[in-house]
Write a protein that binds this ligand. Structure first.
Ligand code: CA
Length: 228
């Protein structure tokens, strides 16, 4: 199950940026653009974590957080507060309102994702992304270990990142270019063919005993992880 994150923010470009990055990181995302909508939304579907902007129209982020804490159903809802304020006093006020963590704008999506994972680890140990599972493949992200059918397999660092990406998005087809962007990073120039080499290595590493191949080659499109 993908952890469900509610993003409460009134700036459209930031919503778009957060949605894109959070979905890429394997989260399920919904948005609310003001405090009232946020309060209604959590009643309809309880998120695993709320990313809450401080400066919101109608009801401020601080007030939304206080209301979460006042209600029994949302008392322990994990909240990360976003704000342009970086003063120590404001930070303390934010945490006083009951937020679990606090991040000042501008921030990088990577930093926010790391904070989200840290809060989820603390508040929902079973939901944290420390362990990924697909069929009989298990990935321990902390210990950097991969097993298939209970047997250890050894992956190079690129194969490890590649596998992680597939396991975070099972069933989705990725082009070589998309894999290069997500797994190698935007700044690195690598030939798309390189992806094929690492896919080959990954397949070989996952070929433990008589296990079926879980990486599907999608002709002229790319690769996907699925049971075939
Ligand atoms: Ca705002």
């Amino acid at each position: 199950m993908r952890p469900y994150i509610l993003v409460v923010e009134d700036e459209a470009p930031l919503i778009t940026l957060l949605r894109y990055n959070l979905e890429e990181a394997g989260f399920d995302v919904e948005e609310a653009t003001d405090g009232e909508e946020a309060l209604i939304s959590v009643r309809e579907r309880r998120p695993d974590l709320v990313v809450l902007d401080w400066m919101l129209p109608v009801v401020s982020g601080i007030e939304v957080c206080r209301q979460f804490r006042r209600r029994r159903e949302t008392r322990d809802l994990p909240v990360i507060m976003l704000t342009a304020r970086s003063e120590e006093a404001d930070r303390i006020r934010g945490l006083d309102s009951g937020a679990d963590d606090y991040i000042s704008k501008p921030f990088s999506p990577k930093e926010l994702i790391a904070r989200i994972r840290a809060v989820l680890r603390r508040t929902r140990p079973s939901m944290s992304a420390e362990q990924l599972t697909f069929a009989d493949i298990e990935m321990d992200l902390t210990a950097h270990k991969v097993t298939r059918g209970g047997r250890a397999t050894h992956l190079g660092p690129t194969e490890f990142r590649l596998l992680r990406h597939f396991m975070e998005h099972p069933g989705r087809v990725f082009s070589r270019e998309q894999l290069l962007d997500s797994v190698w990073g935007h700044d690195v120039y690598v030939e798309p063919r390189t992806v094929d080499v690492h896919i080959r290595r990954l397949r070989k590493a996952l070929d433990v005993g008589r296990s079926p191949d879980v990486i599907r080659t999608v002709r002229s499109a790319g690769y996907a992880m699925e049971l075939q």
